[in-house]
Design a protein around this ligand. Structure first.
Ligand SMILES: Cc1cc2nc3c(=O)[nH]c(=O)nc-3n(C[C@H](O)[C@H](O)[C@H](O)COP(=O)(O)O)c2cc1C
Length: 222
């Protein structure tokens, strides 16, 4: 598969089959993704992978706390407090696609609850990944982790797998820390669902737009 094919085929996948993912394959993909560049070759990424019984326990604990009405304070803001244009509109458009895929109007509370529940269950994926950094690291190293994430997601596509990165888990820092027995020096940047896509589900790959090149790049002398 060409890189361009993997880029075009990757989608935030929000519906997975229960089919297991081979552990050796997963180890191979993570090892290869670590070829991603990082400033000073710091390779700052730290990853915890859950599957099987540990994942079931994790989800059960989140479901229990959620049912009790527990709300945790994120350790970092996923978005600025009030988004402005054009970002606000783009975020809304991406969200609208998900509501429409579920057959609901924008912001419908039942659909929001369903989407939250799906996030909470890693969209039915058999594998959950948690990506962390040493919390003393800065913006440059958060960028490095982003490069790792995309490398990993493209490698997954090449092997017929699909992913959904999940900033959602930044909203559950205490539970993630306790359940993963995480070193307090680490901060969770994002989670991720991984598995084989369930193409029968309308949420499997909701289309998203991209703004035209001239809206985000300027050229001078070329
Ligand atoms: C760092 C990061 C965090 C994300 N967090 C979530 C999430 O918590 N839940 C979710 O449903 N999608 C999440 N997404 C998926 C984005 O909504 C998606 O990438 C975007 O709308 C573009 O769609 P596409 O990935 O299908 O091209 C996240 C994406 C990234 C890169």
């Amino acid at each position: 598969m060409d890189v361009i094919d993997a880029i075009r085929r990757r989608h935030a996948t929000r519906a997975f089959l229960a089919d297991p993912v081979d552990g050796d394959l997963l180890r191979e993909l993570l090892s290869e993704a670590a070829r991603a560049p990082s400033g000073g070759n710091l390779q700052p990424w730290r990853i915890v992978v859950l599957g099987g019984e540990p994942l079931r326990r994790f989800k059960a604990e989140v479901a229990r706390r959620s049912a009790e009405g527990v709300r945790e304070t994120p350790e970092h803001p996923v978005y600025p407090e009030r988004l402005w244009e054009p970002f606000r509109g783009r975020r809304k458009a991406a969200g609208s696609g998900r509501y429409a895929a579920l057959g609901h109007a924008d912001g419908d509370p039942a659909a929001l609850a369903a989407l939250t529940e799906r996030n909470q269950c890693f969209f039915g994926a058999p594998v959950a990944l948690f990506f962390h950094l040493d919390r003393r690291l800065g913006a440059a190293q958060w960028t490095d982790l982003g490069l790792f994430l995309q490398s990993f997601m493209l490698l997954a596509v090449e092997r017929g797998l699909a992913t959904c990165p999940q900033a959602f888990w930044a909203g559950w820092p205490e539970t993630v820390r306790a359940q993963l027995k995480l070193d307090p020096a680490l901060i969770l940047v994002a989670g991720m669902a991984l598995g084989y896509p369930d193409y029968a589900d309308p949420l499997v790959a909701v289309p998203t737009e991209r703004v035209p090149l001239d809206d985000f790049a300027t050229f001078d002398g070329i």
